[in-house]
Each structure stands twice: as C-alpha cells, then as structure tokens.
Ligand binder design. Structure first.
Ligand SMILES: *[C@@H]1O[C@H](CO)[C@@H](O)[C@H](O)[C@H]1NC(C)=O
Ligand SMILES: *[C@@H]1O[C@H](CO)[C@@H](O)[C@H](O)[C@H]1NC(C)=O
Length: 389
C-alpha cells in the first residue's frame, strides 16, 4: 500500500521528538551535554476530499534549518551549512523522495479517510527524526498527531496508538503494522540516514550552534494580580543558546512563588523569557532577579526590584521638578516681559535711541524678541530632557 510505503519513507528521513520539555528552572547545562536532535516536521491540512495543504520543515534542535517549498517541491536550505556533509546527489535523492512522499501521502490519506474515520476538515502532524549524544548510539522517533493530539508512534518494531487516542488510532496502527517492508524502510531512514545527516550538520553548523550571546535583563511591574499585591516581572532577552536559569530571590533564598513562562524565540534566533513573582505590596524589600547563562561566564546578572522602584521614584521626581520649573519659568518670562515694557516706559530715551517713530512699537519688538529667544532656549531644553525620560 502506497500509504504505508510513504509512511515508511517519512520515517526513514528521521523521526524526531516533537516538542522540547518545558524548561524547569535549574542550573544551565553546558551546551555540549544536550543531546541534539534533527527532526522533520510535516503538517497536512485536509479541508475536504479534494483539497489539502502541506507544510514541511527541518529542525536541528530548536533551530530551523530547512523549509519545504510545496509549490516547487524543493527543499529550502536556510543556512549555508544546511546541507551538512551530504553530496548534491544524495540531497537530490532525498528531495525526490519527499516530493513523492508529500504527494502520495496526501492522496492516500484522502483515499483512506473514510475507512480510518478521519472527519473533514482535519489536520495531521508528523514529527520524525533522530538524536545523538557523544559516544552513544543514536535514537530515533516517529510520532503522528491527528487534530493536534498524539495519535500514534513507531515503537521499536511496531506502530502503536498513543494513550487515549482511541479505537481510530488502534485501527490505523493495525493496518499499518501489516506492512513490514514499509516499517523496515522507515527504520532504515531513521537509524541510518538521519544520524549520518545529523552528524554532518552538527559539524557544519558548529559555529552557529555554539554562538554565545549575552542576555539583557530588566524588571517591570505586571498587571496587579489582586488588591494589595504586586506582580514583579523579570524580562530576559536576546540570549543564545536557549538554556537559561532565572529566579526571583531575596538574599540567598530562592522565592518558591517564581513562575517561569515559555522561552520564546526572537526573530534574530535568540531567546526571550519572562519570569514573574506575585508578592504582597509591602514585601518587595530585598527582592532581586538573578540570571545565569552560559554566555555570562559565571557573572550572573542581578537586578534589584528596589532599584526599579528607586528608578521609578527618580523618574517621578524628575518629571515633577521639571513641571515645577516650567511653571516657574513661564511666570518668570511673563514678569520679565512686563518689566521690559516698564523699563522702556520709564526710560523712553533708551528706546528713542533707535531711529524709529514709534518707541513703544520698537520696545515691544525688542521685548518679544528677547522673550521668545529665552523661551525657546529654555523650553526646548526642558522639553528635550522631558522627552528623553
Ligand atoms: C474544498 O476546500 C477548499 C478550501 O477550503 C475550497 O476552496 C473548495 O471549494 C472545497 N471543495 C469542495 C468540493 O468542497
Ligand atoms: C558525514 O559525516 C558523518 C559524521 O562525521 C559521517 O558518518 C558520514 O559518513 C559523512 N558523510 C556522509 C556522506 O554521510
């Protein structure tokens, strides 16, 4: 059966682990200890019996290395080193295999949708790949999901329904397991092609993978969780590699209420993380956010919450003082201009010195010029400092 064959091919290309474990707070691992995996992710969206959309991508750990152009049927190499150490010939063969696979898989699923009780519209996701750890045999993975929920996986020598996937998955696996050849092809791709490709990729992409970028960190106040409480937020951004350790602390005490969000990707390939702490308003004294990351060489980043409140107070003070000064200046200018007129009125000779018929007029001009010059000069200065805040 073509479906099975295709499934096998897909497996061959390297079944992989689907999602990374949520990162529990813990000391960062040196990058080298992480087993790295390569996986191919395929997403098939079936709108009805005649319309389907496919997407494919290749991932080295958290880093996307390959795309799939579903119109041209070609592999897109996203990095100069994305070809690993495979020859052009070998890559062309893989590409041809994927073309056949994407096309055939879609057709077969549509043909068997009724028998497998797939209900339109539905989505199938497949993650297949392998991982290697220095000095150990490689492991491979092949997982399938239906409508976003785990559906089946390849376990050793057989297709197994995922726990809770029900009779539909059992039925599909029963059919798939009859096709021993397909299973063997998949296993071959997973346990031979994939680790070879991964090893070459790791070598070629070493510089990118080992790139160390220091995080920036800052704190802010989050949405107040409840009256009388504050949500302290520690932001960490722009770091690479992904493992990072962040904790709200007081003295040497880790605050157990620390909550860590997901580590999210920035557009430039670095990472972002938000770590919060819910505290009673009066209990923020001495709290600080501590960040450990491999790029920091043991010099943890420490940001004090008090520093943030002091900064806030400083900003408020500066703004207030600035406003007061502006008001005072405004007054001063008004006074200044009236005394200017008084001066000219009292000492008409001074104004008469200028060759003009209208001493009042010239005095007025002189005063306005002086006034606007001073006003501009000071107001501009204050406005600039205000806007810089
Ligand atoms: C199938 O779905 C596509 C995309 O939603 C739609 O354009 C098309 O008209 C549908 N065809 C049938 C036969 O329902
Ligand atoms: C690529 O590199 C890996 C590991 O260094 C090696 O096993 C493999 O033979 C190399 N060449 C090819 C074409 O796979």
């Amino acid at each position: 059966m073509l479906l099975l064959l295709l499934l096998l091919f897909e497996g061959v290309l390297c079944p992989g682990e689907s999602t990374a474990d949520p990162q529990a707070p813990g000391p960062p691992h040196p990058a080298g200890e992480e087993p790295l995996n390569f996986r191919v992710i395929q997403i098939f969206s079936f709108a009805n019996h005649s319309w389907a959309h496919t997407q494919g991508s290749g991932w080295l750990g958290e880093l996307q290395t390959h795309g799939w152009d579903s119109v041209l049927g070609t592999i897109r190499f996203l990095w100069p080193w994305s070809q690993g150490n495979f020859s052009k010939e070998e890559l062309k063969n893989l590409q041809a295999l994927f073309q056949l696979y994407f096309h055939g898989f879609t057709r077969e699923v549509q043909a068997f949708a009724g028998q497998f009780q797939f209900e339109y519209p539905f989505e199938l996701q497949i993650s297949a790949g392998c991982r290697i750890r220095a000095g150990e045999a490689s492991e491979s993975f092949f997982k399938g999901a239906y409508q976003g929920t785990d559906f089946l996986s390849l376990q050793g020598n057989s297709w197994q329904p995922s726990p809770g996937a029900g009779s539909r998955a059992q039925n599909v696996c029963r059919v798939l397991n009859r096709y021993r050849d397909i299973k063997e092809i998949v296993q071959g791709l997973l346990s031979n092609t994939c680790p070879r490709f991964l090893a070459g990729l790791l070598e070629a992409g070493k510089a990118e993978l080992e790139r160390q970028v220091k995080p920036e960190a800052w704190v802010s106040k989050g949405t107040t969780p409840s009256p009388g409480h504050l949500l302290l937020v520690c932001h960490i951004s722009g770091f690479h590699p992904k493992p990072v350790w962040v904790m709200w602390m007081r003295g040497e005490q880790e605050q157990p209420g620390t909550r860590q969000g997901d580590v999210l990707p920035n557009a430039d390939g670095t990472w972002y993380l938000r770590v919060t702490l819910d505290v009673a308003t009066g209990e923020t004294t001495g709290l600080y956010c501590r960040v450990k990351h491999s790029s920091l060489g043991g010099h943890d980043i420490i940001i004090h919450w008090d520093g943030y409140s002091i900064l806030l107070i400083l900003i408020c003070l500066t703004v207030t003082v600035t406003l007061i000064m502006l008001i005072v200046l405004e007054f001063w200018f008004k006074k200044q201009s009236s005394s200017c007129y008084i001066l000219f009125r009292l000492v008409p000779d001074l104004a008469m010195g200028a060759d003009t018929q209208d001493p009042r007029g010239s005095a007025h001009q002189l005063c306005s010029a002086q006034e606007s010059w001073a006003k501009n000069r000071y107001l501009k200065k204050w406005k600039t400092s205000l806007s810089q805040l």
